[in-house]
Design a protein around this ligand. Structure first.
Ligand code: AOS
Ligand code: ZN
Ligand code: ZN
Length: 424
């Protein structure tokens, strides 16, 4: 389903005069609003193919209806999001949840919606019906070489499919680890994983990157073989210049200082990408910014400062992706909220008075440092984010338009009421 241009136009006309007033105010408050607008227009966030249907937990799943049943429908959904917010120009696929058997058709649909293929995700955390070896005791770390080989071959196959689609990166998240003390020799597990990763790394095309995603716990509850940014960075450093760490916001132990991690990874040139989400307890995969918007801002504050220090391109040099999964919301509405929260945090970080902060830090003026950051955080930049969308031909209020045009009703009419999206 696609929106008609006149639907967007008339929505924007209705909200325009109020928007103008709000924008006028914020542009007097923020010095560099022209630059921020440009950066917001350029910024694009990858949508995970597995976030388009309602997720579930081991306690059950509640179908929403109208969910995409195949990759073509997933691309349609992301295309719709991109029409609404002009900030979701990429999809992150998951193999084998997504079938790429018809590459020309997939590419044609993607280009029709103006979508690119962000990092490809491999899956060695589940057994597929036809596979000879089981991942019950790990994949790249496994004590049995045959299992490791199967997992390596899968990752290389994912790269091959990604090349055909025009993706430029592979994200490896491993469930590998152990559930009980004594189950694993930590060093052997690390070495096996490293050797396996080296084989995958050797298969990367010259212009590809590999992202090593870490996670503190779950599904293993005693040790995880890529458990934190230290372990991920060890792998990335040992692998070479095409290997990077991927930070998923939900993958830390409680209260971890993620903004400091981000800052140091950037300093080392080893930050590769992001999985945005939010959480209260663990890997909750909730809507970005729904729990800790100040933390999201502080992370972006480090990102902007660190990327500018290194002369990096904000949009192209890191892979920005959402990783979310929901039980109670319409996933499309949820993704609109996540993208909005990310854009707001980014705009706030861009508005920080950097020179004043540097000076206040040099003077150990702790109060002033806090004031500078909180001023940026507490200034309402939403009109800037809306203006960037307006200029890109998208909706002033994507969520409002989504609801007004009764998208979900239409999707249910087309795809049915009892739908299961492939994924977790
Ligand atoms: C798992 O916890 C990780 O966040 C993964 O990045 C992701 O959710 C999974 O690989 C789905 O593709
Ligand atoms: Zn993730
Ligand atoms: Zn996760």
């Amino acid at each position: 389903m696609k929106l008609e241009q006149h639907q967007i136009t008339s929505h924007n006309e209705r909200l325009f005069s109020r928007h103008q007033q709000q924008l006028a105010y914020v542009t007097t408050e923020i010095q560099n609003s022209a630059l921020i607008l440009q950066k917001l227009t350029d910024f694009q966030i990858g949508i995970p193919s597995w976030a388009l249907g309602t997720g579930g937990t081991r306690f059950g799943r509640f179908s929403l209806g109208g969910e995409p049943g195949n990759i073509e429908e997933k691309l349609e959904d992301i295309g719709l999001l991109h029409q609404l917010n002009a900030s979701s120009a990429a999809v992150s696929l998951h193999i084998p949840w997504d079938s790429t058997s018809n590459v020309p058709a997939i590419k044609a649909i993607a280009s029709q919606y103006g979508l690119n293929f962000d990092a490809m995700n491999s899956n060695t955390f589940q057994d597929q019906p036809d596979q000879p070896q089981s991942y019950k005791f790990g994949s790249l770390q496994h004590v049995d070489k045959a299992v490791r080989q199967q997992a390596i071959a899968h990752n290389i196959e994912v790269i091959r499919q990604g090349v055909e689609l025009g993706s430029k990166a592979l994200t490896i998240w491993l469930a590998d680890g152990s559930c009980f003390p004594g189950q694993l020799n930590f060093r052997k597990a690390f070495q096996n994983t490293l050797e396996s990763l080296q084989e995958i790394y050797a298969a990367l095309p010259a212009d590809w990157k590999v992202f090593v995603e870490y996670k503190a716990f779950e599904p293993n509850f005693y040790s995880t073989t890529v458990g934190d940014w230290g372990q991920s960075l060890l792998y990335a450093n040992k692998l070479g210049p095409k290997a990077f760490t991927l930070v998923d916001l939900g993958h830390h132990l409680p209260n971890a200082n993620i903004e400091q991690i981000v800052s140091l990874l950037l300093m080392e040139g080893k930050l590769g990408g992001f999985h945005f989400n939010d959480s209260k307890y663990g890997d909750d995969d909730l809507t970005a910014g729904c729990m800790k918007p100040y933390q999201l801002f502080l992370i972006f504050n480090e990102l902007v400062e660190g990327m500018d220090q290194r002369g990096m391109n904000h949009t192209k040099d890191l892979a920005w992706m959402i990783d979310a999964s929901h039980n109670v919301k319409d996933p499309l509405e949820d993704l609109l909220q996540s993208v909005e929260a990310i854009m707001i945090a980014y705009a706030q970080a861009l508005s920080v008075d950097r020179a004043a902060l540097v000076q206040a830090q040099a003077e150990n003026d702790v109060v002033r440092c806090q004031e500078i950051l909180q001023h940026a955080f507490r200034t309402d930049v939403r009109p800037l984010v809306a203006e960037a969308r307006l200029r890109a031909g998208a909706a002033l209020s994507p969520l409002t338009l989504y609801r007004e045009s009764q998208v979900r009703k239409e999707l249910i009419r087309n795809r049915g009421n009892k739908t299961i999206a492939t994924g977790l």
